[in-house]
Design a protein around this ligand. Structure first.
Ligand code: ATP
Ligand code: MG
Length: 407
């Protein structure tokens, strides 16, 4: 590449108006000090937890709510303030916070709890190593630590707790909810579980269920108007003056609010739109950038879902793409022959139909029922995204890459 071209790119990058003044306020990890529309929830939770400052055990607490409704943000803010207050009062409170989706095995969760509690900085024979202990031994070491410390108050937060139960059952939760029976001399442990699955409780053993949900709270999705306020507050932190139009913020709120009142989506949309506007060297973030951002996010999500699907799901999608009229019978035939071609054992038609309806729910395919006059009605299945996306997503798939390339 010639020097001129490079010089051009770099000059362009520094030219144009700078729209974003504080990029970190648009990132996923950023939690603002103020969380509008969550005062009520924060007050109730803070009240429940505040009795720890008097040395009593707070009730266990379960928080539910759809994605992006502020559960994690609210809890993080409360914990921060609680810990500050406890320090002032010289009360021994530890609040280990683990995310069960990132720490994706039961043992890893125990290890992280031990890390956050400072157990692993203590005596060697009390430590919970990264590997090598049984689950029972690891749990015992954590509980012994609390017991030996005397008057140690632990509020254990398990975010995305449904992911723990789905993958590893509820043994850990059983052990922790029962732990107080063996505590004396003022030490205790309370549990806060956070989940975005409303049916999560059904998966628990009744004993775990009743002790874990001593108190419960549901976070409702934000309305479009609420999202407008959240976004305009965030925009003030993130953007320079006049760098984003009110119309753009309102559109962003409307788009995220229409789907499921998800503040994370709304903020993602804002960030991606700002990046697009900057790249175009626009004078401000406009409605068009929000729309382009929506398209980009959708494309990226589809791409990720496709890439991480099972081989059979991918073959079903290819079969739908290659099928002419999209009726179930024909798609199944195409699917079967693609299986044969790739030396995969085909699933039953019933199972394939299930996969199709899962894909329908994810918004990756569209199905409609067409009337065929006196021949009755039949279902038509179509792909709901550009076929280029599937090609890109499957281009490195060891089994399917060549199939994805040809029509
Ligand atoms: N009331 C609010 N005011 C300002 N920002 C908010 C508010 N609620 C949520 N957010 C922002 O939206 C994003 C998502 O919030 P959060 O992570 O708390 O959602 P969640 O309910 O935990 O979702 P999930 O179930 O997917 O984990 C965060 O970046 C957070 O800062
Ligand atoms: Mg969360």
């Amino acid at each position: 590449m010639s020097d001129d071209i490079l010089e051009g790119i770099f000059t362009k990058a520094t030219a144009g108006k700078i729209l974003i003044k504080d990029r970190k306020t648009l990132t996923i990890d950023y939690v603002p000090e103020k969380l509008p529309f969550r005062d009520e929830e924060a007050r109730t939770i803070a009240q429940t937890l505040s009795i720890v400052l008097k040395g009593a055990r707070p009730s266990n607490l379960l928080l539910f709510g759809k994605p992006g409704t502020g559960k994690t943000a609210v809890i993080k803010n409360i914990i921060k303030r609680l810990q500050k207050k406890a320090k002032e009062l010289e009360i021994d409170v530890i609040v280990p916070f683990v995310n069960a989706k990132t720490a994706n095995t039961a043992y890893k969760i125990l290890y992280e709890i031990a890390e956050e509690m400072g157990i692993n900085k203590g005596e060697k024979k009390q430590q919970v190593y990264f590997t090598g202990l049984s689950m029972g031994e690891a749990t015992d070491r954590i509980l012994d630590f609390i017991q030996k410390k005397k008057k140690l108050h632990v509020i254990l937060v398990i975010d995305e707790i449904d992911s723990l139960v789905d993958k590893n059952g509820d043994d850990i939760l059983y052990n922790f909810t029962r732990a107080n029976e063996r505590m004396y001399e003022g030490g205790f442990i309370s549990l806060i579980g956070i989940s975005n699955s409303l049916t999560f409780k059904d998966k628990l053993d009744p004993r775990v269920r009743s002790s874990l949900s001593e108190e419960e709270m549901v976070f409702n999705p934000y309305t479009i108007l609420q999202l407008q306020k959240i976004l305009s507050d965030r925009a003030k932190l993130a953007f320079n003056d006049d760098a984003i139009s009110t119309a753009a913020i309102n559109l962003c709120a409307a788009m995220a609010g229409k789907e499921n009142g998800d503040a994370r989506k709304a903020i993602d949309l804002l960030r991606v739109a700002a990046e697009i506007a900057e790249r175009e060297r626009a004078s401000d973030v406009q409605e068009i950038h929000i729309r382009q951002a929506q398209e980009k996010i959708e494309k990226d999500t589809n791409y990720e879902v496709l890439r991480n699907s099972t081989t059979h799901t991918k073959i079903v999608l290819l079969a739908i793409m290659k099928s002419k009229n999209g009726n179930t019978g024909e798609v199944y035939e195409t699917y079967s022959s693609l299986c044969k071609y790739t030396e995969q054992e085909p699933l039953t038609q019933r199972r394939m139909t299930q996969i199709v309806s899962e894909l329908d729910q994810l918004g990756l395919v569209m199905t409609d029922v067409v009337s065929q006059g006196r021949y009755g009605r039949s279902q038509r299945i179509k792909i709901a995204f550009p076929s280029l996306t599937i090609r890109e997503a499957l281009k490195d798939d060891p089994i399917l890459s060549t199939l994805a390339m040809v029509d």
